[in-house]
Ligand binder design. Sequence first.
Ligand code: GDP
Ligand code: IMO
Ligand code: MG
Length: 433
Amino acid sequence: MGATAVIGLQWGDEAKGKIVDLLTKEHDIVVRYQGGANAGHTVVFDGQKFKLSLIPSGIFRHNVQSVIANGVVIDPASILGEIESLTSRGVAIDTNLMISDRAHVIFPWHKEEDRLMNDMGVGKEAIGTTMRGIGPCYRDKIGRSSAIRFGDLFRSDLKEKIEKIAAIKNRSLPGLAPNAEAAAQVKVMDAGEIYRQYAEYAEKLRPFVADVTGYLLDAVDAGKKILFEGAQGALLDIDYGTFPYVTSSNSSGVGISAGSGVPARYIDRLIGIVKAYTTRVGGGPFPTELDNEIGQKIRDRGNEYGTVTKRPRRCGWFDAVAARYTARLSGVTEISLMLLDVLSTFDEISICTAYEIDGKTTTHFPANAEDLRRVKPVLETHPGWSEDITRISRYADLPENAKKYVARISEVIGKPISMVSVGPSREQTIAVE
Ligand code: GDP
Ligand code: IMO
Ligand code: MG
């Protein structure tokens, strides 16, 4: 048997963390392979709630190896904080965590650049990033000359590298400010202080850093079961998402190989995660957005506030045009439909099955964000259900209208739905017969 992947098919926060946690017991290794501390994955069990940003959601099972692979960008302060917080709550973190020596390191200049660039905006509105320095770190990775990888933290020329890069950033950062007054407020990068701090972080993280690529290739040869944990969602993918209102990595299924070194042919189960409706945090087009009391009701019932930034999430109906596109793009073999309980008590529930643009009806997902901004969703309306479904454990016991809704979602995406989630905890998960 090959590897399994869990991929968000919308704009993130589809409840990937819950499904990864559930599937961990059937795997030997759980791998994060892109993104960074922009992710916020929630895991709930035994009445406890954990929020993970960089550490894989498999960490709660000590006999499973948690791996942060080369494609992730890591803020050392952030991961140390996460390790400390988990440890203080009784989660053992030792040899069960590995960090790739090829993963790129986030520095203070990346966060400062994120702040300055986001204020600048792109096109009609700001991207609204999580301000974790993600985009600037990936930019430096691709640019090569100002990048530092985890393995570099232990080399003798680290101080020299930090001095060189800090000098470049002290020249370039003020140039990103909109005026002289703002330029004067830009943080000065103190190379000596940053070196001292990062050398300290490196010592604390040294036990976890390893050649993860070699480890994973050996694991594949040994027939170990690997679970890949996607971060963000496919509509935030740098190539295939709603560019430029996206994140800076390949967050759809296409990113797994580049971000981990494991060839795509070893992955034979790809689970696409969708909410029963749609949410988005930050800027960018959102055809089914409900900027009204229905959207507010979804936000209230679903507690739709960002895990990382606490921003209210924008809410809307399920967009099947977008989900069908991302399910095909990611090579999804099955779907997990999450947060179905949030839709209880609505008289009617809509699904967007096509877009209208320039007088034509289409199921094609446009490449250009401004075109997507112009589409009008074609909505199909379904009768809702009033029952609380959070305690239901058998698919057959769901209200008829809920089952019809699930079946229709599967049909419009064009993939089977294998699991339905009716609450945050492990036991609130229903296998679809
Ligand atoms: P992720 O980033 O994809 O892991 O998702 P988040 O953790 O950011 O957001 C999902 C939120 O929904 C979390 O607060 C979960 O605890 C919660 N959640 C997960 N599944 C369900 C569900 O079926 N119903 C409800 N009501 N909440 C859920
Ligand atoms: P998880 O893994 C939802 C969004 C940000 C912003 C855009 C770019 O929890 O699903 P970035 O900081 O990555 O440069 O921000 O992407 N974004 C997310 N939205 N869930 C996430 O992660 C996200 N990670 C980034 O809100 O619009
Ligand atoms: Mg999240």
